[in-house]
Design a protein around this ligand. Structure first.
Ligand SMILES: [Fe+2]
Ligand SMILES: [Fe+2]
Length: 186
């Protein structure tokens, strides 16, 4: 049955068969389509967050993660191709809600440190959602024996975790301190 020498970790046919053979495989595919939709929505949402931010350090952090998010979309498309599936997303209501909340937080705050603090809080909720989604997908893929996909998911997961901690660092080192220093009636 070994026909495809160019794919050391199993051919597309193998991965596709694994996915369709069990309910866990189908759940994996379903949740993977959800995060794919979420990543594509973030490619559109992050530039708005960067535009609303004031501190250059926050703008830089969001823009850096926008580049990574574009790579997450590409990586997800590579995973679809390993699975022999069309890259098709399924609306992620969770991420849609988080993005909506981010937009209203931006509208409800005055430009400057307050709005920056709000943007960080919204961005961290997004990262935590992604960390949880990729953590689950990685564990499903491990159980299914999809080793190549496990390491691709782990790469994305690491970048989400790094982003989350750099946002914490930004909040603690400067932005929250400045926001706290603003008068309540300003
Ligand atoms: Fe991502
Ligand atoms: Fe992210």
């Amino acid at each position: 049955m070994k026909r495809n020498k160019s794919k050391p970790n199993g051919s597309s046919q193998d991965a596709a068969a694994v996915i369709s053979a069990s309910q866990l495989g189908q759940l994996f595919e379903d949740e993977f389509r959800d995060i794919y939709w979420a990543e594509k929505a973030l490619v559109k949402a992050l530039p708005k967050m960067a535009k609303a931010a004031t501190a250059q350090s926050l703008i830089d952090a969001i823009e850096k993660h926008l580049t990574e998010t574009e790579e997450h979309v590409q990586r997800a498309e590579e995973i679809f191709s390993i699975l022999g599936k069309e890259p098709r997303g399924k609306k992620c209501e969770g991420m849609a809600g988080l993005i909506e909340e981010a937009n209203s937080l931006i509208e409800d705050t005055t430009e400057g440190p307050m709005r920056d603090a709000a943007i960080i809080s919204a961005a961290q909720k997004v990262e935590h959602y992604e960390i949880s989604a990729y953590g689950t997908l990685r564990t499903f893929a491990k159980t299914l024996g999809l080793n190549e996909i496990v390491s691709m998911l782990e790469q994305t997961l690491e970048e989400e975790k790094m982003t989350d901690s750099s946002l914490t660092e930004l909040a603690e080192s400067s932005i929250n301190v400045e926001a706290e220093g603003q008068e309540a009636d300003e």
